[in-house]
Design a protein around this ligand. Sequence first.
Ligand code: KG4
Ligand code: ZN
Length: 352
Amino acid sequence: MTTSASPVVLGVESSCDETGFGIVSDGVLLGQGLASSAAQHAEFGGVVPEIAARAHLEAAVPTLRIALADAGVEARDITHVAATSGPGLATAVHVGLAAAKSVAWALDVPLYGVHHLAGHAAADTLEHGPLPERSIVLIVSGGHTSILAVGDLVRDPIEHLGDTLDDAAGEAFDKVSRLLGLGYPGGPAISRAAVDGDPQAFTFPRALLRPKDAPFTFSFSGLKTAVARTVEKLERAGEPVPVADIAASFEQAVVDVLVTKALRAVRERSLDTLVIVGGVAANARLRAVAQERCDAAGITLRIPPPRLCTDNGAMIAAVGDLLVRSDVEPSGLRIAADPSAVLHGAQLPLPQ
Ligand code: KG4
Ligand code: ZN
């Protein structure tokens, strides 16, 4: 039970195809509601922004009700609202942000505009408690792949050590899934197919791992092309395409690069904690390989449970709760959607 002094923060997420509402108090997840329009995008092979926006609109009130019931709180118990104001699909972010503004205005409570990727990092605190003083965070989602040096998530600037030059890790899963005919969303589909495959069957390229390459920069488009060429070659030769082996070998190539570079960052900064977050962090092979290599290196690995890796409202509420408890000034109703917001801090700046 929360005391009257504890904040009860409602988080709202709508940056892509998940409509999420979560309620967090003092670092504890009280409850959440989650709706997904993924099935409506499947026939198009990727998220259609207009369909996502309409789905958010339809799901908003019922999903908020589910979150309140799950948390066992009334709307009037909410003391603060936090919403993803970027980055994400413009149409989609707008709907959730408008919903969050309506709730904040109706309840007359403060509103925070938060960065979606800070939400992914904060999700881990709901499972494993506060982050250490400093850590390396590997964010692997459908739109981003970054290695960050993080201190206090809501007070300190976030330092980018490296990003992807082209496709994000999740995007590579989605594209390879499409070309293997496994459908959307690609990550879970590849994972399922890979279970029966041999990760050593094909040697796909691991980009930017040579000593002279940028140590923390990723590139996945060559890997995707290599998979496409392999499939084309087999088809031209009239041979069957071993989908499970290709899926497993592709997954292994992505995981190898992600874990190698993330561990390199931990060592270079003389830190002892690696946090892996974002939708791709739900991947079983990534979780297993990262655990094995962190154990061998004496590094503490933190990965949220799979349901908190993919987009949800709880992670946004977690950022809001941290902002409130750090006495950070709320954004207010003037906060605007910024679909291409770069991650400098957990809270997004107000428009000029
Ligand atoms: O973080 P997220 O839910 O949304 C964004 O912020 O983009 O990440 C979605 C991405 C998608 O590309 C999806 O294919 C990938 O995460 N994903 C996975 C798995 N589950 C979701 N990738 C690999 N393995 C999974 N099990
Ligand atoms: Zn996300």
